[in-house]
Ligand binder design. Structure first.
Ligand code: ZN
Length: 152
């Protein structure tokens, strides 16, 4: 009896039947809407914000959402007290002007806020895709409301 040696069937390197959908970058999307929320929250009805660090007055669209504890700490990245309107020169060119930021924070929320945020910063935080979507929806609503309330 003769055996026919069969060639092993070649396996495709990639399964073409599975279309890999590129995940939308939920973190970037939340960063954007959260930043808009913070700047609108801090804007007066004329649409101006006061820089938390240096007191400069700028139109809300030209202000930044500045983080007191930097964005690498996920536990405080989307914390409303940790984020405040800041002028671009403090946020981008003065390393956040942290001394001024601290003074501004204490004036706005009281001395305890510094310790509160420092403790929070070390906590582990992981947001699932679901969490991101919930937060994106929440802040989209809040932004819409602020636009209506302030007429800006
Ligand atoms: Zn400033």
């Amino acid at each position: 009896m003769a055996y026919i040696k069969r060639k092993p069937k070649k396996q495709p390197l990639f399964d073409n039947k599975v279309i890999v959908k590129k995940k939308p970058n939920l973190k970037a999307k939340l960063d954007r809407i959260f930043s808009e929320y913070i700047r609108l929250r801090d804007a007066n009805p004329q649409g101006y914000t006061v820089c938390i660090s240096c007191g400069k007055i700028v139109p809300w669209k030209e202000s930044d959402c500045g983080h007191f504890i930097n964005r690498s700490h996920m536990a405080t990245r989307f914390n409303e007290k940790n984020c405040n309107s800041q002028c671009r020169s403090c946020n981008r060119f003065d390393e956040g002007n942290n001394i001024g930021y601290m003074r501004g924070l204490i004036k706005k929320y009281g001395q305890a806020v510094i310790e509160e945020l420092e403790i929070l910063k070390h906590q582990h935080s992981h947001l699932s895709d679901f969490d991101y979507k919930v937060l994106i929806d929440l802040y989209t609503q809040k932004v819409k409301q602020l636009h209506e309330d302030k007429g800006i």
